[in-house]
Design a protein around this ligand. Structure first.
Ligand code: ZN
Length: 176
């Protein structure tokens, strides 16, 4: 089972290195993260905000009783439908529509020079960058490695202020 770029082994490795691991996500992804945690002998975990369902909640098709599978469908250029799907009935048990970038687990590498950037903008960028895990802030340079949902704001700011940046692989989503 693999969620948000984590499988059981990556999660364990991260926990060994950092002492803890943080999963983020909407209701569906939180549910899936909890399923992942079931596979790991975790001492304790916290969920914020409280998970609104008791853990007996499981994605079973209400019509035929088969276990539903996690499925992602493209609905348009920019949106995907993801959720739990009953292969037997060919029906969604539940689903959400999200921007494609929200479920993209590719790690993007960004490099940008802030040399000619206004101090105020620079501060804004550096402040928000502190929330990210894999980043480096040097004198006038930033280096970031993260998934689309975590870097969208950064790309947005850089587009807005015409800051030149390199991103690998090329960013396939619309910059907000
Ligand atoms: Zn069914």
């Amino acid at each position: 089972m693999k969620i948000s770029g984590f499988d059981k082994d990556t999660a364990l490795e991260k926990m060994n290195v950092a002492g803890s691991v943080i999963f983020e996500g909407d209701l569906l992804h939180t549910y899936l993260s909890l399923r992942l945690l079931d596979e790991i002998p975790v001492v304790e975990y916290e969920i914020t905000p409280d998970f609104p369902y008791t853990r007996s909640f499981s994605p079973v098709c209400p019509d035929c009783g088969e276990e539903a599978v996690y499925k992602v469908n493209e609905t348009s250029d920019n949106l995907v439908k993801c959720g739990c799907y009953c292969e037997n009935c060919k029906e969604w048990v539940f689903s959400t529509i999200s921007p494609k970038s929200a479920i993209d687990d590719t790690k993007y590498y960004i490099e940008a020079s802030l040399e000619r950037v206004d101090n105020e903008v620079k501060e804004k960028i550096e402040q928000k960058l502190n929330e990210l895990y894999n980043k480096r802030i040097e004198k006038n340079k930033i280096v970031v490695l993260d998934v689309a949902r975590n870097i969208e704001w950064l790309l947005g700011i850089m587009e807005l202020y015409n800051i030149h940046y390199e991103i690998v692989p090329p960013y396939p989503h619309r910059v907000p």
